[in-house]
Design a protein around this ligand. Structure first.
Ligand code: ADP
Ligand code: MG
Length: 273
């Protein structure tokens, strides 16, 4: 089963004596509903450390909700999620077996980066302080160390010269690169992206995708919701197609994008390509 694969699969070269690292993200039989509206209907997903997973699907299919469940912003009615081997709330058919306290939730959330469609930068803080704020707020770094790290990260996303600017002075593409630097500042085990380029003018999409590609190359674990199919083909280890709150199919891009097995996947790709 999926669960068995998720917990016991060995990479080539593993011996019986070495344990595989825990999955970066493990989603098991997650159901989420609002009143009578069923948004996620039994989702299973395993993301291994260093893997890049691209999630595709029509509007309203549950993609954002899935990311929000992984990041603790929503609780599943049924099922469980673990991130880096730590359980994030467990529910079985309505019976809550374990409830995490708010402190544990905040600690776990601070190990997950989240990059939103609309950047969500702090408008009243400089670019440097936007990136430095979280490590200070979580008590991980002192102010000077955090600013040093922020300068390094801004350099990495090509914005070393913008550290004193305010978000409103930047283009959308630059703001999104700041948001990525801010996510990196917490040294997260995984970064979730929810349509990171869909609010951008077309000519600004490339600079943001280039930064994400650089992260992928350096082994950061990424889960990306996007409609950029060419980008998905280039970057994804695995493509997951979701429709109606269910994973319809998943696999390497060469399968899901080039030889989709399901009618609904083919319909979707025909519309976005
Ligand atoms: P996607 O990101 O794939 O477009 P979403 O996860 O945002 O889809 O939404 C899936 C469905 O859940 C939609 O029908 C949406 O209207 C509904 N939904 C999302 N969040 C809420 C909420 N807080 N309350 C009620 N319905 C919601
Ligand atoms: Mg969405």
């Amino acid at each position: 089963t999926e669960l068995a694969q998720g917990t016991t699969a060995s990479a080539p070269g593993d011996t019986e004596l070495t344990r595989p690292a825990p999955a970066a993200v493990e989603v098991r039989d997650v159901h989420k509903w609002y009143g009578t509206h069923r948004v996620l209907n039994g989702v299973d997903l395993t993301v291994r450390p260093g893997e890049v997973t691209v999630i595709l699907g029509p509007s309203g299919s549950g993609k954002s909700t899935l990311l929000r469940v992984i990041n603790h912003l929503e609780k599943p009615e049924i099922g469980h999620v673990s991130v880096n081997g730590e359980l994030i709330g467990v529910r079985r058919h309505g019976d809550r077996l374990k409830e995490l306290n708010e402190r544990t939730i905040l600690a776990q959330r601070s190990r997950i980066g989240f990059v939103f469609q609309n950047f969500n930068l702090f408008p009243h803080l400089t670019v440097l302080d936007n990136v430095a704020a979280a490590p200070v707020a979580t008590g991980r770094l002192g102010g000077e160390q955090a600013r040093e790290l922020a300068r390094e990260l801004l350099d990495r996303v090509g914005l070393a010269d913008k550290s004193g600017a305010y978000p409103r002075q930047l283009s959308g593409g630059q703001q999104q690169r700041v948001a990525i630097a801010r996510a990196l500042a917490l040294r997260p085990g995984v970064i979730l992206f929810d349509e990171p380029t869909s609010a951008l003018d077309p000519e600004l999409v490339g600079e943001v995708l280039a930064v994400i590609k650089d992260l992928a190359r350096t082994g950061t674990t990424l889960v990306i919701v996007t409609h950029e199919i060419g980008f998905a083909r280039e970057i994804a280890d695995r493509v997951v197609f979701i429709d109606g709150g269910r994973i319809v199919e998943q696999g390497p891009p060469s399968e899901v994008l080039d030889r989709p097995r399901h009618e609904r996947t083919r319909d979707f790709l025909a519309k976005v390509l």
